[in-house]
Design a protein around this ligand. Structure first.
Ligand code: CU
Length: 141
């Protein structure tokens, strides 16, 4: 009995806290989303087109799932900047909700090579209005 209980404790806890963001299949065959684990959410995103071209607009499709104990997302803002150069993009993005926990950001453009950092700012639903900033970066040659 004691043996059984410890087995349950060991393996049940991580499962309860994890979640998997559901992103619909990409229009680009074989394109895998990038997953970013944050404190309150897990984020899956991909770009469209898959290959980012310097100086050309692209879109980001993303999905969020809410970890246990956190509030569901209310809205998401998507931005990007170059931390080493201390500048952002020359365009603002517009984000539309495309499903439950699913969003599409349009109007991104990386105008020079180097390291760009995506900033996903997730505002929680409910009265708290708390936000979580999720970042991840990509290097453009
Ligand atoms: Cu720059």
């Amino acid at each position: 009995m004691r043996y059984l209980l410890s087995a349950i404790l060991c393996c049940a806890a991580p499962v309860a806290w994890a979640c998997t963001p559901e992103l619909p299949a990409s229009k680009t065959p074989g394109q895998k989303p990038q997953i970013v684990e944050a404190k309150q959410y897990a984020l899956a995103f991909r770009t469209q087109p898959e290959r980012i071209v310097i100086g050309q607009h692209f879109a980001v499709e993303l999905a969020l799932c809410t970890k246990e104990g956190a509030a569901a997302p209310d809205s998401v803002r998507v931005d990007a900047h170059m931390p080493e150069h201390r500048h952002g993009m020359n365009y603002k993005t517009t984000v539309t909700r495309s499903g439950v926990g699913q969003y599409r950001a349009e109007g991104l453009m990386f105008h020079m090579p180097g390291r760009w950092e995506y900033i996903f700012e997730v505002r929680a639903s409910g009265n708290s209005g708390a936000t979580e900033r999720i970042t991840t970066s990509v290097v453009l040659q």
